[in-house]
Design a binder for this molecule. Structure first.
Ligand code: UT7
Length: 317
């Protein structure tokens, strides 16, 4: 059995926090934040389960499916609402899904980890899965610390992944972690995010470059064959640096961070949903996803976009 993404959806809190809002109370400025990160505004508010539910409902509607059709729910998140139980339990109940549910914490690489996990489980047993990335980082960020407050924000996005005859949407994936890097980006129980920004930047570029090269080599896909690159939305300078070294043009790159800030596990699916909504994804397109985050984790995948025979027949290539 193969697989396809048959629906997608996203959710952002109503409250918009602009760079000027920070500049009004912290020693920072719109120009510093925009030039050093590419972020202009971000959304804050809500719970991880609440945002995840809204995004999941939108994805189900897009796929023309009911929650009761879902047999596997994976919630990628770094900010569960409670320590115990997993936030996916509350989400499973709120939606009315069937089958199993679990949280997956691989930080900003979490959505790609979750997509790869769901695809492998569907390949083994068939069915339909909801893969959600949701984070409420503003709750674990010191809003008086200019070095992190301007970066981290809240949001969620989801896809419906279905078994279908044919090939898996996943051509290949490269997952990794360097556990010796935990001290450069972490939050303890009850504490705020602590980050050595410059060092995270340096290691992120290095890890992403290596991971992307690995997945391109593994799948035999050339950079020119890619229709779209959907990177983790942390800092536009990280994306520009990786793109320049790999040779991916910025106009083939999905960017939402100017409006969302860094939403960790939600960032890649938010950019994917935005690209799909804007008609930037077509059947047969080869799409590169790549993220990195606390851990340090990283994950890159090449997928072949195609919503499957039910919604729109795949055209043979
Ligand atoms: O999701 C994965 C996790 N996170 C990331 O990927 C973040 C990776 N890192 C970054 O994006 C960047 O390193 C930052 C945006 C965090 C910082 O940008 P930078 O160009 O690396 O700046 P820096 O840390 O080298 O700081 C330069 C200066 C410092 O002042 P001094 O020491 O030169 O006087 C900072 O104190 O900028 C200062 N600074 C700020 N100034 C105005 C730091 N934050 C701010 C701010 N506004 N918000």
């Amino acid at each position: 059995m193969g697989s396809a993404i048959t629906g997608w959806g996203s959710a952002l809190p109503d409250k918009i926090v602009t760079n000027d809002d920070f500049a009004a109370r912290l020693d920072t400025s719109d120009s510093w934040i925009a030039e050093r990160t590419g972020i202009r505004e971000r959304r804050m508010g809500g719970t991880t389960a609440g945002l995840a539910e809204e995004a999941a409902r939108a994805a189900l509607q897009c796929a023309g499916r009911e929650a009761a059709d879902i047999e596997l729910l994976i919630l990628a998140t770094t900010t569960p609402d409670r320590l115990i139980p997993a936030t996916s339990s509350a989400l499973h109940d709120a939606l009315g899904c069937r089958g199993g549910a679990m949280d997956l914490n691989a930080a900003c690489a979490g959505f790609v980890y979750a997509l790869v996990t769901a695809d492998a489980l569907l390949a083994a047993r068939g069915g339909k899965a909801l893969v959600v990335g949701a984070d409420t980082l503003s709750r674990v960020t010191d809003q008086d610390d200019r070095s992190t407050a301007v970066l981290f924000a809240d949001g969620a996005a989801a896809v419906v992944l279905e078994s279908q005859p044919g090939d898996s949407l996943l051509l290949g994936a490269d997952l990794g972690v360097d556990g010796s890097s935990t001290s450069i980006l972490y939050a303890d129980h009850g504490g705020y995010i602590t980050m050595e920004g410059r060092e995270v930047f340096r290691r992120a570029v290095r890890a992403e470059l290596e991971s992307i090269n690995n997945v391109l080599r593994m799948t035999g896909v050339a950079v020119d064959d890619l229709a779209l690159f959907i990177p983790h939305q942390a800092n536009v300078r990280i994306i520009e640096s990786v793109n320049a070294k790999i040779g991916i043009p910025m106009d083939k790159t999905a960017i939402v961070l100017d409006r969302t800030g860094n939403t960790s596990a939600a960032s890649i699916p938010l950019a994917l949903s935005d690209a799909a909504d804007r008609g930037r994804l077509h059947d047969g397109d080869l799409v590169l996803l790549s993220g990195f985050g606390a851990g340090m984790t990283w994950a890159s995948a090449v997928i072949r976009w195609g919503t499957g025979p039910v919604r729109s027949p795949r055209t043979p290539r």
